[in-house]
Design a protein around this ligand. Structure first.
Ligand code: SF4
Length: 349
């Protein structure tokens, strides 16, 4: 049954401090609680050992710090883990832990379902169900850390990178995502480095501009086509925010020295994988500090697209590299457990 007590995990540090002050408690108690909420494995006020016992009891009566429940975990042959989490209202979200050379990356969800309806994406097919709260976003990180530490996996490879590329369009849930980012970057809490956190968008122009003004994290833009006609057929929101406007917003997005914007490009056979498209893409991104990530499509029975052959993928990449771009081909991980890009569906089938 959903818990009616407000969940403190949904509050930012200033909000927790203000709440404590309102109650006549010193603000530092709020900071203590906030820090505890970023420690994996802490799911009860009783574990907050530097708080007076009476305060722990009072907090317990009034607030919740409940975490989502791990509904299922699937482990791929390549070590990728897909975690299905059950939220308090019974909705299921998925996040994906990806092993890299010396760390793990967590692909985080920001919504249950998605309203953007990208043609090649299974999450898009679900439609939009609801936004996640800030606490539901940060809880994915805690659950992932808990799983890694329970198996001693975090010793060799700690969770260091976060990419907001799971279910949902992060910038369509702007307020909660910004709050979650602030919580995750807080140095005395989760302490993620801004250069290891990437927010991905299909190109919501006003929110890209806001994000650049309000927080320093990396940006990834899901482009998938270099002309408006093809892009609108794949990513319907392109009608509202066409390529020219997206590129303009990217050019003015503030980047730290050495940072680039990542442009994701799902390669679909016969749709957007021609050499002419590669040349157009090279031209489109001129003047943007760009890194291009090519993703050969992960075929799914319910989607009408095909993966291009390796020769086509390499020829596409070659044109971009010759034009001076860093262009990588993403080796999709977790394909055998439907955890690769565009495959998250939030169902426990
Ligand atoms: S690709 Fe991203 S933005 Fe598009 S429908 Fe899927 S989850 Fe939504």
């Amino acid at each position: 049954m959903p818990n009616s007590r407000p969940n403190l995990r949904d509050l930012s540090l200033p909000e927790i401090e203000a709440l404590f002050t309102q109650k006549g408690l010193p603000a530092f108690r709020g900071r203590q609680v906030f820090r505890w909420l970023s420690v994996a494995g802490v799911d009860s006020f009783q574990q907050m050992t530097d708080l007076p016992k009476e305060l722990r009891r009072d907090l317990e009566r009034e607030f919740s710090i409940a975490l989502p429940e791990l509904a299922r975990q699937e482990v791929s042959r390549d070590g990728t883990r897909k975690l299905a989490l059950r939220l308090e209202d019974g909705e299921i979200i998925e996040c994906v832990l990806i092993p890299e050379r010396d760390h793990y990356t967590l692909c985080v969800s920001s919504q249950v379902g998605c309203a953007m309806g990208c043609a090649f994406c299974l999450t898009g097919r679900m439609g939009f169900r609801r936004n996640l709260s800030a606490g539901e976003i940060t809880s994915q990180v805690l659950k992932a850390q808990e799983i890694l530490s329970s198996q001693g996996l975090d010793k060799k490879k700690p969770l260091r990178n976060l990419v907001f590329m799971g279910m949902g369009e992060p910038l369509a849930n702007y307020e909660a995502v910004i709050k979650a980012l602030n919580i995750l970057l807080y140095p005395k809490g989760f302490d993620f480095s801004p250069r290891r956190v990437t927010v991905s968008t299909v190109g919501l122009v006003p929110q890209i501009r806001r994000l650049g003004q309000e927080i320093r994290v990396k940006l990834a833009v899901s482009l998938h086509a270099a002309d408006d006609q093809i892009r609108t057929s794949l990513v319907p929101v392109n009608k509202k925010y066409p390529l020219e406007e997206i590129i303009k917003a990217c050019k003015s997005f503030p980047l730290k020295r050495g940072w680039r914007i990542t442009f994701e490009y799902v390669l679909l056979a016969g749709i957007n994988d021609s050499l002419v498209q590669a040349q157009r893409l090279a031209k489109l991104l001129r003047g943007v500090p760009a890194k291009i990530n090519l993703i050969p499509f992960n075929e799914a029975p319910s989607l009408p697209f095909k993966r291009p052959d390796d020769k086509t993928v390499l020829a596409f990449q070659e044109i971009l590299m010759q034009a001076g771009y860093v262009a990588t081909v993403r080796q999709s991980k977790g394909q055998d457990i439907a955890a690769a890009c565009g495959q998250l569906r939030g169902v426990l089938s």
